[in-house]
Design a protein around this ligand. Structure first.
Ligand code: ADP
Ligand code: GLC
Length: 507
């Protein structure tokens, strides 16, 4: 295997060379939590003294924010008529960044995955296959960079072909594939497989083939040396038919190489003591100041200003996964509780957007709906709300409940995936031992959610010190990256030392 000569198992501190591949990264381009992770895990690894470089498609937004950029290399890749430039820059001025510049595929303003009509770009297979080939070329030191990683860390289906493309190459680096969401798999038909000129041997049940089509995600799951998901509970869930989308058999077979590593958060960007987006800074010692954020948020959104109002927040992609239909179901009842207010920020499926919009029109004094993507407002909601609703049907990790905890905003979550791993339910036992941080419910239905909301409303009516203790326990939890980054490093080392049998040649 490639770079093992530099690497001794006894030297746990050896600096690793890691190529981190993702289709979005904050602050360059973001549609969801993957961007938060890709924008904060590589810097955390770098702080631990590893040579980490991030590789992304050269979307216009990314190019604009990554200046100064220079052209490092020109790649000639199969199935692509134009030369592809590899640009280099930095993420936030520090982290080395490569952008894969194929203008006909990536020079499109807006969402990296969907066109202005909200549908997937019709050539997504071509776009991300090319991205994977560019990553593979850097991974194999064929891009003329004079740098070869010890490991490529791939994320989600858009990078899933990388382990498949390089697994049989002699001098390949190790690979680790992180599943952020099994619901998105990158499935395309055989004609596209042929058009992409993928190695024919990959069209097999042990390869990419999936029920008569082929799956980018399966490339990662079948060929990476190590697999991770973004929470321990989700790592178990995806091995069952309910969460495995037909890939649970493969995941079960590979369970000895599958781990759950809980996502961390960027504790600088999400810090109520310094957050530039919020009007009033506060921390664990000055929790009482949080109420000024509520008052300012109410003013900003046109809600009656009342520091005693019980303000619920929700931020997220408006899709089934997030249980937004359950939130819609309880909104009328929630709005009928005297001191309750609700603020919702999101964008996504049109029918959810319309239904939420109607709900806001019907209860203007109680419910504010802000459709669209708005990072500063997301921070102000986390800072100003009392409670955060997150009734997800499934949630590989979830970041908003972590931001909520850090901002003293008590989460109400369903016991699934990362939500189950990060929020401790209020009950007599956890109140007594001081571990309670939120309200957790089990069943994915409206009445279970409503029950949890009622518990929160009742709890809120107890002496204020009770609520304060609950919120401040959440604020004390440490979800910053360091310990998860160290966990990844252990897995990187295991992948390098113990690649999948029979997949590598020279050492
Ligand atoms: P997912 O990745 O499934 O969408 P996560 O909870 O992991 O869910 O991450 C979502 C991220 O996207 C969070 O940083 C959240 O604040 C952000 N986000 C989602 N929707 C919006 C929005 N409409 N405006 C601002 N930020 C948003
Ligand atoms: C996905 C998941 C979310 C997770 C995020 C980052 O989008 O839906 O739960 O937090 O990836 O890993």
């Amino acid at each position: 295997m490639g770079n093992l000569s530099n690497f001794s198992p006894l030297e746990g501190q050896t600096s690793l060379k890691i190529l981190f591949a993702a289709s979005e990264a904050q602050p360059l381009i973001k549609t969801g939590g993957l961007a938060d992770v890709a924008g904060s895990l590589p810097p955390a690894l770098r702080r631990l003294n590893h040579d980490v470089r991030l590789i992304l498609p050269a979307y216009p937004e990314a190019v604009e924010k990554a200046i100064p950029l220079k052209t490092l290399a020109t790649l000639h890749l199969p199935d692509h008529h134009e030369p592809v430039r590899l640009l280099s820059g930095t993420l936030s001025g520090h982290l080395p960044l490569y952008l894969v510049d194929a203008p006909s595929l990536f020079e499109r303003v807006g969402n990296p995955y969907t066109g202005p009509d909200g549908n997937d770009w019709p050539d997504n297979a071509q776009r991300f296959a090319l991205f994977c080939r560019a990553i593979a070329s850097v991974a194999l030191n064929q891009a003329g960079l004079d740098w070869q990683p010890d490991l490529v860390h791939c994320n989600d289906w858009q990078t899933g072909l990388v382990p498949a493309l390089i697994h049989s190459e002699g001098n390949r680096p190790a690979t680790l594939f992180t599943i952020h969401n099994m619901a998105y798999q990158g499935i395309f038909d055989h004609a596209i497989f042929r058009k992409l000129q993928l190695p024919p041997e990959l069209w097999s049940l042990d390869g990419l083939e999936f029920h008569g089509n082929f799956s980018f995600l399966k490339g990662g799951l079948a060929f990476a040396d190590r697999l991770t998901t973004v929470s321990p509970t989700y790592a178990q869930e995806i091995c069952t038919p309910e969460y495995g989308y037909g890939l649970e058999g493969l995941l079960l077979r590979r369970q000895d190489r599958l781990s759950g590593v809980l996502n961390g958060i960027d504790c600088q960007f999400w810090d109520p003591a310094t957050d530039p987006y919020i009007p009033q800074h506060f921390d664990g010692d000055t929790f009482h100041l949080k109420r000024f954020n509520k008052l300012r948020l109410q003013r900003e959104l046109g809600l009656p200003q009342d520091e005693n109002a019980f303000l619920f927040g929700h931020i997220g992609r408006l899709v089934e996964q997030k249980g937004i239909d359950m939130i819609l179901d309880i909104l009328p009842a929630l709005a009928s509780i005297e001191d309750v207010q609700v603020v919702l920020l999101g964008s996504g499926a049109e029918h959810f957007e319309d239904a939420l919009h109607d709900m806001g029109e019907r209860h203007p004094e109680k419910i504010v709906v802000h459709l669209g993507y708005n990072e500063p407002l997301a921070h102000r909601i986390e800072a100003g709300a009392d409670c955060f609703l997150m009734p997800s049907r499934f949630e590989p990790c979830g970041l908003n409940q972590l931001y909520s905890l850090r901002y003293g905003t008590v989460p109400i979550v369903r016991r699934t995936g990362g939500l189950a791993d990060t929020v401790v339910d209020v009950n007599p036992h956890t109140l007594l031992d001081g571990s309670a941080t939120g309200f957790v419910f089990d069943e994915p239905n409206t009445s279970a959610l409503w029950n949890a909301v009622e518990r929160a409303v009742k709890f809120r009516r107890r002496p204020p010190a009770w609520w304060q203790k609950l919120a401040m326990t959440g604020m004390r939890q440490d979800f910053c990256w360091e310990s998860s980054a160290r966990h990844y490093l252990d897995l990187y080392r295991e992948a390098i030392l113990n690649p999948i049998p029979g997949q590598t040649a020279s050492a």
